[in-house]
Design a protein around this ligand. Structure first.
Ligand code: ADE
Length: 419
């Protein structure tokens, strides 16, 4: 079996951590039991490009139990957990191409190695795999039944491809399921981003002015958790509705050019480029921390920051590069501007990835069963799948909810009854 991991000897530690995460993934465990009986993915080759974490390992194992022949590469050069990659190869016999800290050319070589698997199904987080497949390996398109996409940025890219008529197979936008973005993006990104900032710096958040760029589902979670830790949160936005929501949620809202001068910690999660730019670095306080939690490392203008600084940055802690400005101010870039929750911490906790990856597993099955009726565009996760995942998650927490009475159901379906 071919693979490329950092060190296969790390496998035992990886296995322990994979099994630890499994305990917090009851929905995926239930799907695995069903997959054991039904083998709905038998004969399907799946090429997955996801963050190589303990949670992803549990998804890969589930697909394998469902009959799929799986290969995995990293969806970000800095997010791989090397012990997990080693364990997937050693204990689960899943080929993995991922090394934490790989350079860009290795990252793309790994994507191509995953495509050499000739997938029937692609499973992406950020749409890099689909993009390389369409641009550089189009001869493989004829095998592909369909794909799934995990994240907001990837769904935006795929919708753009679909609009241009460039997308050559159907894709399910897992991100758009309620049981994905309402929980993973908000509570997962919220907690893991603060975890990443804290692990990278060991800073106290209480009393700090934390500037959160964006107020989508991810940034909402970041703002909420930063505030919960005692941070004084400022939100920046370009969308008046989201800005208004942030105001009514109790946050200060202002343009980044004003926030730049007063923030202690800056966290971007907008999906756009140069959200923190040179004119912002010019006015930042000495010691400011800048971090990104958006999918790509484009939200902070790092070349701009490097161009302004005196000399090369100093690596002052494992995930902190310190740039010194000509006037002596220091600006600290965390995690090379890559997803700080996966670079410096472990990504979203298993309990929330449980639902995201239940959506992935069930969407892959849906794709296999329905591909012949689907067009080459982006689809939502079926509503009944979404609600079923929420129902199982609640049940796993021992929480029961009410049911409509026949009288209530009738009332909701009638238009005659008023006051
Ligand atoms: N994205 C964010 N957190 C993640 C995790 N723990 N595993 C896989 N993908 C993720």
């Amino acid at each position: 079996m071919e693979f490329h991991v950092k060190n296969i000897d790390l496998a035992t530690g990886g296995r322990h951590r994979i099994e630890w995460a499994e305990q917090e993934m009851p929905v995926l465990r239930g799907i695995r039991e069903q997959f054991k009986k039904d083998r709905p993915l038998a004969g399907m080759r799946v090429s997955a490009c996801l963050h190589v974490t303990t949670e992803t390992a549990n998804l890969m194992h589930t697909l394998q139990i469902g009959g799929a022949d799986v290969v995995l590469c990293a969806s970000n050069p800095l997010s791989t957990q090397d012990d997990v990659a080693a364990s997937l190869v050693s204990h689960y016999e899943i080929p993995v191409y991922a090394v934490k800290g790989e350079d860009n050319s290795t990252y793309y070589a790994h994507l191509k190695a995953a495509l050499d698997h000739h997938p029937h199904i692609t499973m992406d987080d950020g749409a890099d795999l689909v993009s390389v497949l369409h641009k550089e390996r189009s001869e493989l398109l004829e095998n592909v039944v369909g794909g799934t996409e995990e994240t907001t940025t990837g769904v935006i890219r795929l919708r753009a491809m679909s609009k241009d008529g460039a997308l050559k197979f159907p894709v399910i936008a897992v991100n758009d399921a309620m049981t994905k973005h309402m929980f993973d993006n908000r509570y997962g990104t919220g907690q893991s981003t603060l975890d990443g900032v804290i692990r990278a710096t060991n800073y106290l958040i209480a009393g700090k002015t934390v500037v959160v760029a964006g107020y989508g589902w991810c940034s909402k979670g970041i703002a909420m958790r930063a505030s919960g830790l005692g941070g004084n949160v400022i939100v920046t936005e370009i969308d008046p509705l989201k800005a208004l929501e942030a105001v009514m949620d109790g946050f200060r809202v202002m343009p980044m050019r004003d926030a730049a001068a007063i923030g202690d910690i800056f966290i971007t999660a907008t999906g756009d480029i140069n959200v923190l730019d040179k004119h912002h670095f010019e006015v930042m306080k000495d010691g400011a921390l800048v971090a990104n939690s958006g999918h790509f490392n484009v939200e902070i203008n790092i070349p701009g920051l490097a161009g302004m600084a005196k000399g090369a940055p100093a690596r002052v802690r494992e995930f902190v590069e310190q740039y010194v400005m000509p006037d002596g101010r220091k600006i600290n870039l965390l995690g090379d501007g890559r997803l700080i929750n996966l670079a410096a911490a472990e990504g979203h906790p298993a309990s929330v990835m449980d639902m995201s990856f239940a959506n992935q597993a069930l969407s892959a099955v849906y794709m296999v069963q329905n591909a012949s009726t689907l067009a080459n565009t982006v689809y939502s996760v079926p509503d009944d799948v979404d609600r079923e995942i929420a129902r199982i998650k609640l049940a796993s927490m021992g929480i029961h909810i009410d049911k409509l009475t026949p009288e209530q159901e009738k009332y909701l379906n009638s238009w005659e009854e008023g006051t």
